[in-house]
Design a protein around this ligand. Structure first.
Ligand code: FES
Length: 127
């Protein structure tokens, strides 16, 4: 069974959409089910000031993306990199065991979007 929080974030997902001037963007896929999540981050002075996502996936994937974007906002890159799928699932009062893999997508999307940001920064300093 899903917790109330999971259902609530599924019905009213926060931060759905795109950020036009995002400076960290990544798309990750879940090999188990084929669902995909695209994450947009806006990072200023090492702080994530905005986060949005688009998820083509199950209810648990939508709820975890919603919670994950809420959790990273206002955090430093270092803090955001510490967020695990377990932490996201716990913030939602847990996920059914067979749905835990869905929360991995959220963790991976955040990490990949931050990596995208960092690699762009590197390119800029090299030029
Ligand atoms: Fe694919 Fe949940 S079943 S992310």
């Amino acid at each position: 069974m899903y917790s109330e929080k999971v259902l609530e974030h599924f019905m009213n997902p926060r931060n759905v959409g795109e950020i036009e001037d995002a400076n960290g963007v990544a798309q990750v896929g879940n090999p188990k089910c084929g669902d995909i999540m695209k994450m947009y981050l806006k990072i200023e002075n090492g702080i994530i000031v905005d986060a949005k996502f688009k998820t083509f996936g199950c209810g648990a994937a939508v709820a975890t993306s919603s919670m994950a974007t809420e959790m990273v906002k206002g955090k430093t890159i270092e803090e955001a990199l510490q967020i695990t799928n377990k932490a996201v699932a716990e913030a939602l009062d847990g996920l059914p065991p067979n749905k835990l893999h869905c929360s991995v997508l959220a963790e991976e999307a955040i990490k990949a979007a931050i990596e995208d940001y960092l690699s762009k920064q590197k390119q800029q300093t090299q030029n």
